[in-house]
Design a protein around this ligand. Sequence first.
Ligand code: AMP
Ligand code: TRP
Length: 330
Amino acid sequence: MPRIFSGIQPSGELHIGNYLGAVKNWVQLQHEFESYICIVNYHAITIPYAPDELRRRTREMAVSLLASGLEPGKAVVFVQSDVPEHTELAWVFNTLTPLGELERQVQFKDKASRQEQVMAGLLNYPVLQAADILLYRADIVPVGEDQVQHLELSRVVARNWNARFSPDAPYFPEPQPRLAPTRRIVGLDGQAKMSKSLGNTIGLLDPPDVMWEKLRPAITDPARQRKSDPGDPEACRTIFQLHRAFSPAATVAEVEVNCRGAKWGCIDCKKSLLTHMEAELTPIRTRAEAMQAEPGKVDEILADGAARARRVARDTMAHVKDRMGLDARD
Ligand code: AMP
Ligand code: TRP
């Protein structure tokens, strides 16, 4: 069975952009692939953070992932810092990563521009990401579009290591991204992407009344001033995109007709959307609430995930050390 690896930072509550762009894809792929899904807390500390909050968010992320449908019997769900081989391999990879490749990463430039002082960890972030993936020798990495450049770097690292230490038979595969059908969910303000830092999100676990408070004022087709104006669903990027993601095909078709024909106002359209979002998200919220009431169970799942991940991670690290002359007591 081919392997997939993906990671998510515990840096904020999971929003429906993350869910549609990443998590939902993982839930589907767990049936076809041996899946490793990692909560990457070492990545989260590359920008300023509060320790207690990180601890809380790491657990919350585990709850959200499991409630979304990752099954502990299928996918290996674990926390990055529970498997020390991630940072061990990252150091090795630092010695094989050209500095220029790191400096030209768009995400680095973007995040660095928002920091007063830029720490080396922020620059080396994609090296740790390469270690995450290659530790499991994963072939496929299901992520959103914004991670494609990081994966290019992972392939450079794999290639460099193979060329130097395993020239005859490449040991590390060159991992390929696998984009979700919904690549980039637009924010409620119509801004580029739904993102916690832009405050334009709907939380995966938001109750229906909170979702409605956010949906109701969300931007629609700016050219449509009143209900009697015909609308253009394609210009209504956010709401129509969410309909496509959550509503059945018949509803999406109905929205098209009623919007273009000025039969539905935007509020009617949003109410219909809310109904379909609720249908998909209410069971997730209910499962999350049940898990929050049983924290011991989540701890157990994460401990088991880390133990399973480590079995693979140790083997890879032993091989790497062997090939690199790092196994001093040979
Ligand atoms: P982040 O919250 O940026 O750490 O992203 C976690 C995962 O969700 C990554 O695979 C991202 O590519 C994906 N993601 C984040 N925001 C969006 C969005 N607005 N639309 C689609 N996917 C997203
Ligand atoms: N950088 C990714 C993000 O911000 C998170 C991540 C870390 C990741 N390690 C990974 C994603 C390995 C895929 C594979 O979303």
